[in-house]
Design a protein around this ligand. Structure first.
Ligand code: URP
Ligand code: ZN
Ligand code: ZN
Length: 474
């Protein structure tokens, strides 16, 4: 008989799930949690977590890695650098996007994305899809088998010329999601309003990065959010509104939720910690903060905090969309004099997502630690069909764990991050609390400042249907 029954025992930590907080030991064998209790028997490796929090590894359900871009642009992070960075920030599962090219098949996008991920991921991963062309052949012939195989969510866009769908196409997507039991994620900004405002700004010579925010005011997000909610009500299907930036869109979501509609909402660090003023930085520096929707102001930050605490939001993701600043394939691809509308949209955030929310949310007294776990791990795992394998600490589930030291104070510096981007929008921010150890299916991949994971260790995850498949509404 083996007298060391466990591979790893984490002793005496404060184990936190979305529901409970208890001091106990966690025992791991063969990559799974096999016991929770007091004074558990020995492990080959033991970690003393006294005074520390033992949390489920983060699930980052909205990030972009190695997503094919148009000519002259390249995302800075591939599956290796992006997931390495995720692990060092306490995240053990990521869900990036396999994006359909207009006119091509969804299956081709998924197959291509598997090639990009193969042998490179350092944490586990599933795929969302991006639907840019909901032709009948795609929605009726391709989607059912893709959902069956574990690709159970897709994002659609109401803006960006190469991605946007019109209302009729959105309805077709929502109807397909209902038929197949898939989750539709919606990027809600009104494309025509943005185009009209952009044209007027450019005609007046207003092309600097800061005008990005003027071209995408809250109103364009509010209108599109309302429309998305109405279209989902018509089809009678749950949706998730991604990267909500402030109060106006939130009001629409609250309104729909109060009417009893199953509407999920996601927000991101940029809407708590960055403002439109960042876009005003000297020269071209503002380009580092160009993302859509744009960061708003402090009043909107307060509203978002309130929504995180009160349940308007179920998910807190990074929307990591990595472009290097000093790079001809990145933010400066079209030159520093190019109009704001040419700047690739997106900011990095996989590694800083959890520490920012832990420091300012949990230790700042704005949300409790169970809500932190719910927002960053449990809820996304549930909404996208990965729960309970991912997103919690319980006997039988994958041993994906982040151990947090709440007593560490540190300053964010890009030089100490692990992505392949040459800046972080949060440079110099002083935080409290940090994930000091990250464990992926029982293996320590980040400990005391050292990354020890490996490319290829991350496994592909098939997602369950997030909701039952239902026939078309009569
Ligand atoms: O600016 C952003 N958010 N870029 C990433 C793509 C998206 O719309 O999520
Ligand atoms: Zn988006
Ligand atoms: Zn995104």
């Amino acid at each position: 008989m083996n007298d060391i029954p466990f591979d790893l025992v984490i002793r005496n930590g404060t184990v936190v799930t979305a529901a409970d907080t208890v001091v106990c030991d966690v025992a791991i064998r063969d990559g799974r949690i096999v016991a929770l209790g007091e004074a558990l028997s020995h492990g080959h490796r033991e970690i003393d977590a006294t005074g520390q929090f033992v949390l489920p590894g983060g699930v980052d359900a909205h990030c972009h890695l190695d997503q094919p871009m148009g000519p002259g642009l390249r995302m800075a992070d591939d599956f290796e650098t992006g997931t390495r960075s995720a692990a060092c920030g306490g995240t053990t599962t990521v869900i990036p996007f396999a994006a359909q090219v207009k006119g091509e098949s969804l299956r081709a996008a998924v197959d291509d994305y598997h090639k990009r991920a193969k042998g490179r991921a350092c944490v586990d991963y599933a795929f969302h899809m991006i639907v840019t062309d909901p032709a009948k052949t795609v929605m009726v012939e391709e989607l059912p088998s893709l959902v069956e195989e574990g690709y159970t969510s897709f994002k659609i866009y109401m803006t960006y010329d190469d991605l946007k769908l019109d209302d009729r196409q959105i309805l077709e997507c929502l109807a397909a999601a209902r038929r197949e039991g898939a989750m539709t994620m919606i990027h809600a900004e009104n494309a025509d309003c943005i185009a009209w405002l952009t044209e007027a700004l450019e005609a007046a010579g207003h092309t600097a990065p800061r005008f990005h925010a003027d071209a995408r005011p809250s109103l364009v997000e509010r209108e599109a959010t309302h429309r998305a909610l109405s279209l989902a009500e018509l089809v009678d299907v749950p949706i998730l509104i991604v990267h909500v930036s402030g109060i106006e869109a939130m009001e629409q979501i609250r309104w729909a939720q109060a009417r009893g509609h199953k509407v999920f909402a996601e927000t991101c660090p940029q809407y708590l910690f960055l403002t439109e003023k960042h876009l005003h930085l000297d020269g071209f520096e503002g380009a580092k903060f160009v993302c859509s929707p744009p960061p708003r102001d402090e009043a909107n930050h307060e509203a978002i905090w309130n929504g995180l605490a009160t349940g308007v939001f179920e998910v807190f993701s990074s929307d990591h969309a990595p472009f290097r600043y000093d790079d001809p394939l990145g933010k400066k691809a079209f030159g520093e004099c190019a109009s704001f509308q040419c700047i690739p949209n997106g900011i990095p955030g996989l590694e800083t997502r959890l520490p920012l929310l832990f420091s300012e949310g949990v230790l700042g007294g704005r949300i409790d630690i169970n809500r932190f776990v719910a927002l960053t791990s449990t809820n996304p795992a549930k909404i996208y069909g990965l729960y309970p394998r991912k997103g919690t600490i319980a006997v039988g589930v994958d041993a994906d764990i982040a151990i947090w030291d709440p007593n560490i104070s540190w300053t964010i510096s890009n030089s100490a991050l692990h992505h392949n981007v040459d800046y972080t929008p949060y440079e110099g921010m002083e935080l409290r609390g940090r994930p000091i150890t990250t464990i992926l299916r029982g293996d320590v991949v980040w400990d005391d400042g050292i990354f020890s994971g490996s490319a290829g260790a991350g496994q592909f995850l098939r997602c369950e249907r997030p909701q039952p498949a239902r026939p078309a509404r009569p």
